[in-house]
Design a protein around this ligand. Structure first.
Ligand SMILES: NC(=O)c1ccc[n+]([C@@H]2O[C@H](COP(=O)([O-])OP(=O)(O)OC[C@H]3O[C@@H](n4cnc5c(N)ncnc54)[C@H](O)[C@@H]3O)[C@@H](O)[C@H]2O)c1
Ligand SMILES: O=C(O)C[C@H](O)C(=O)O
Ligand SMILES: [Mg+2]
Length: 635
């Protein structure tokens, strides 16, 4: 499902492989719009090329390029093929003895969250994944995962083409490394792991400078930006500047799954301080050592940043990621009609969860219209939980037989850290208050303000239990046994919190306590469970990574002025695990809403005249695929 539906023609690839000479070694080079006349496509020479991860082909530079780009003598003489390099990365035999455990004191000091002994395994000198797996046998999973991340990260820093090919071809194995859950561990340890910069950092100290700073980015064109302020990184809380790992991981998924050209993506950290005292006291911490800005001071930093981005790249799509709830909603309201932006935690998550909720209706063998009769318990009333509720409510209101005003139709029971939310709760955020339960005649379940989760599940017998609480293990044995009594023949349990340690339950516990007929999905990946009767209990993954690449791709290729609920809804409803199709659906929605202005060689009229199949084809053709492009012209 991750492989691209189509690959680009060699002519297209050649065109997009044209580089400007302005990129820095640590950052992908800029892409120029058209072929540069003259003997060489790339303007760099010698070691500047070898140190640029976008141009670098390592040992695969052909002799003509070595001659004409001043590379002769700077590389070993043998010219290897891309395939040989690929095999060398993934397959070569162990070069170290299994007992080889070089201690790297520098790194062990830098990783407060990882036990020292186990740390040595991260530092095993390996030249491939196979040898790493061999050398780290028996080590804890987190240590092996971190070691794999380090190998992949080194390749990312050196040779992006090879990195993305390896990633695309092995996405099932590597997504948990570059993305959730390992990226959480990486963020927790980022200041220690930091070697080379990636992306951009705008801090509270940069006020008044951002408009000029944005021009420090070497690429002429940026299409996709993922930005965080580090205030709510997965379920790990405030990680300050170390949260940059999340935008990097999300954009890797954009390149791998949506075929966005890696030269045109930009991960960004907005460092407005941190309230994490442990980090403030950490001598290695790389961010501003000050408490988070609040109120107008905070907003003025984000405003200036958004203006700067828009001034340089007016067509770029900006994805907000892992902002704490109050800022997630505030910034979404503030910018959604001015810029082409969306909040992935609020809006991307909602689409994936809605797909899961509708899937749970289908699993019961009922028609989709029965969605309106499902009793749904949502645990967690934060940015993700409320985003899911809003989209699920909209979907219910579109179902036949439902009063469009939504009056009197509330199939949701929502809990936060203080238990069941009812109308008697004081000081509720208005976004949450919409879902507070009343005590009118429709409330037959005899529940009360602050009722505990197990009490709610026992009395209500819900069809669905959905967790977005960030509290690991909260769906405990008692809660799951109560779900066994659900009114649904296929009780659905969605443990959507990340990373793995924060999942509300495991699939093992679900199939053990709820039964083999349960439907399970989680935010972080788990393995399927053998049920003992020759059957498998499926551990499905419900993560916004199945949706955000398509949302971004569709918004980008349609040239939409902004991203509407209608576009997000159509993305959610056609989730078929094929990003090209999701992207095409967003393009069509943008056209239908008269918001598509087109881009590059495709204008609004062209988009309008495309059939659905044409649109899928168009999106697929625009997807980047990693192969080495020639760096010099044939003649
Ligand atoms: N699977 C996905 O695609 C996906 C997407 C977005 C967020 N998430 C995960 O969802 C979690 C929450 O994200 P968020 O942005 O909504 O966070 P948030 O901080 O905005 O909200 C957390 C909510 O959980 C509630 N909560 C805390 N302790 C609780 C308890 N003991 N019982 C019941 N509720 C409790 C809080 O009161 C709050 O309402 C995180 O772990 C995040 O990684 C997953
Ligand atoms: O990052 C993820 O894996 C999903 C989601 O955006 C989250 O914040 O947990
Ligand atoms: Mg997120």
């Amino acid at each position: 499902m991750w492989r691209h539906a189509a690959r680009r023609s060699s002519a297209q690839i050649r065109r997009s492989g044209v580089m400007s000479s302005s990129s820095s070694p640590a950052a992908p080079a800029a892409a120029a719009g058209a072929a540069v006349p003259g003997p060489c496509i790339v303007h760099k020479r010698g070691t500047d090329i070898l140190h640029d991860p976008w141009f670098n082909k390592d040992t695969a530079f052909p002799m003509t390029e070595r001659d004409r780009l001043g590379l002769r003598g700077l590389l070993p003489p043998r010219v290897m093929s891309f395939e040989q390099q690929y095999d060398r990365f993934s397959e070569s035999t162990p070069s170290t003895s299994p007992n080889f455990r070089p201690r790297d004191h520098l790194i062990s000091a830098a990783l407060p969250n990882v036990a020292c002994d186990a740390l040595a395994a991260c530092c095993v000198a390996v030249n491939s994944f196979r040898s790493l797996e061999h050398n780290t046998r028996g080590e804890p999973d987190t240590i092996v995962a971190l070691a794999k991340w380090r190998i992949l990260n080194r390749l990312h820093d050196r040779n992006e083409t090879l990195y993305y090919r390896v990633l695309i071809d092995n996405i099932k194995d590597f997504a948990p490394i570059i993305y959730t859950p390992t990226v959480g561990l990486v963020c927790e340890n980022y200041s220690g792991l930091f070697r080379r910069p990636r992306g951009m950092y705008f801090s509270a100290k940069d006020k008044g400078e951002m408009m000029s700073m944005i021009y420090n980015w070497p690429a002429e064109k940026v299409d996709m930006i993922v930005v965080t302020d580090g205030s709510r990184i997965l379920g790990l809380g405030d990680l300050g500047v170390q949260g940059i790992g999340i935008p990097i991981g999300k954009l890797d998924v954009y390149v791998a799954a949506a075929g966005i050209n890696p030269q045109k993506v930009l991960p960004i950290m907005l460092d407005v301080g941190t309230n994490n005292t442990k980090l403030l006291e950490d001598k290695l911490y790389l961010g501003l050592r000050q408490p988070r800005l609040e109120g107008e001071e905070y907003l003025s930093v984000v405003d200036e940043f958004m203006e700067a981005v828009h001034a340089r790249w007016p067509k770029a799509v900006v994805q907000f990621e892992d902002f704490q709830m109050k800022w997630a909603f505030e910034t979404l309201q503030r910018y959604r009609n001015r810029f082409c932006m969306f909040n992935d935690d609020v809006q991307g998550t909602a689409g994936v969860a809605l797909a899961g909720l509708l899937g749970a209706v289908r699993a019961q063998g009922r028609p989709l219209s029965d969605f309106t009769k499902q009793k749904i318990v949502v645990v967690g009333a934060g940015s993700a939980g409320i985003g899911v509720l809003n989209m699920a409510k909209q979907a219910m209101l579109r179902m036949p037989g439902i009063n469009r005003s939504g009056e009197g139709h509330n199939q949701f029971w929502v809990l936060d850290k203080d238990g069941l939310i009812t109308k008697s709760r004081k000081g509720l955020d208005p976004a949450v208050a919409r879902y507070a339960r009343g005590f009118g005649p429709e409330e037959v379940q005899d529940l009360h303000e602050g009722a505990s989760l197990v009490e709610v599940v026992r009395k209500l017998k819900p069809h669905v239990l959905l967790g977005l609480s960030g509290v690991g293990g909260i769906f405990n044995e008692e809660v799951l046994k109560a779900m066994k009594e659900s009114d649904s023949p296929r009780p659905a349990i969605f443990a959507m919190s990340n990373p793995t340690t924060k999942a509300e339950c495991t699939p093992e516990d679900v199939f053990k306590y709820v039964g083999d007929n349960a439907v399970f999905a989680s935010g972080s990946p788990f393995s399927n469970v053998t049920l003992g009767n020759g059957r498998q209990g499926y551990a499905n993954q419900a993560n916004n990574m199945y949706l955000f690449p398509g949302i971004g791709l569709g918004a980008l290729l349609s040239g939409a002025r902004h991203i509407t609920d209608g576009m997000l809804q159509s993305a959610a409803e056609c989730i078929r695990h094929i990003t090209a199709r999701v992207g095409a659906a967003v393009v069509r929605a943008a056209v239908d809403e008269d918001l598509a202005e087109g881009r590059c060689d495709v204008d609004a009229r062209d988009l309008k005249s495309m059939t659905e199949a044409d649109t899928v084809d168009f999106v697929a053709r625009k997807m980047w695929y990693p192969i080495y492009s020639p760096l010099v012209n044939d003649k």
